[in-house]
Write a protein that binds this ligand. Structure first.
Ligand SMILES: *Cc1c(COP(=O)(O)O)cnc(C)c1O
Length: 230
């Protein structure tokens, strides 16, 4: 796990990069939410990041989100973002713990979340498979409008925008066409928010209009390997 000092250095560096990207794009820093992706890192590191001022944390796995939500329930103002696809049977954990869900891509999941959600509506991003990659989650661009209509009818969910994972590349600029296409699609649907950009390409995301960037490695370093059953 990182030391407090290492985390401070990383956070300052990421903040600097976010600010520079906002400046290049003529956007205000307050228009971009930094979501610190803490998946597979221990709750102690999240507490440390919270002490340094971070409030928005992203988790991929529903059970891990459930456990961390419980472990860190005393940190007032901490907001959980569920950023990975979820199985309908695990939707209850996301419905209970998450403030924002970034990976809505199936009606079955939307219905399960809607049934389980109590209190304020769950803010949702529809995940779009912009490049039509077989290995990727997300609805195809053509399916987004009808899917959005179906989700609108469900209580407890509020779709505010779109998200995508661009094709994998070492070159940040390779993500630009997918981000730009996502922004165009969101605009055509009257959706104002865009969750796009990770450690490798968050600056390009901001330049193309991201309102949320999901940054893990640049803040917390390499993730520990997944825990597998013996
Ligand atoms: C892990 C993950 C991230 C963070 O990735 P980094 O490269 O570590 O910044 C962002 N979004 C999703 C959906 C992820 O699964």
């Amino acid at each position: 796990m990182l030391t407090r000092q290492q985390l401070e250095v990383n956070l300052a560096a990421v903040e600097g990069r976010v600010l520079a990207a906002c400046a290049r794009a003529g956007r205000s820093r307050s228009d971009v939410q930094l979501v610190a992706v803490s998946k597979r890192h221990p709750p102690e590191l999240i507490s440390l990041a919270f002490e340094l001022g971070l409030r928005h944390f992203g988790e991929n796995y529903a059970q891990e989100l459930r456990d961390k939500h419980q472990a860190l329930s005393t940190l007032a103002g901490l907001r959980w973002h569920a950023i990975g696809p979820v199985q309908p049977k695990n939707a209850k954990y996301v419905a209970k713990a998450a403030h924002v869900f970034h990976a809505l891509d199936r009606l079955e999941v939307a219905e399960a979340l809607s049934r389980r959600r109590t209190g304020a509506a769950l803010t949702c991003f529809i995940e779009v498979n912009v490049a039509g990659e077989a290995s990727k989650a997300g609805v195809s661009p053509a399916e987004v409008a009808p899917f959005f209509e179906q989700v609108k009818a469900l209580p407890g969910l509020e779709v505010v925008g779109l998200t995508t994972m661009p094709p994998f590349s070492d070159d940040p600029d390779a993500a630009r066409p997918a981000f730009r296409a996502l922004a165009t699609l969101a605009k055509s649907l009257g959706l104002s928010q865009l969750s796009m950009g990770t450690t490798g390409d968050f600056e390009v995301g901001i330049e193309e209009g991201a309102t949320h960037v999901r940054v893990g490695t640049a803040l917390f370093g390499e993730r520990p390997p997944p825990v597998t059953a013996p």
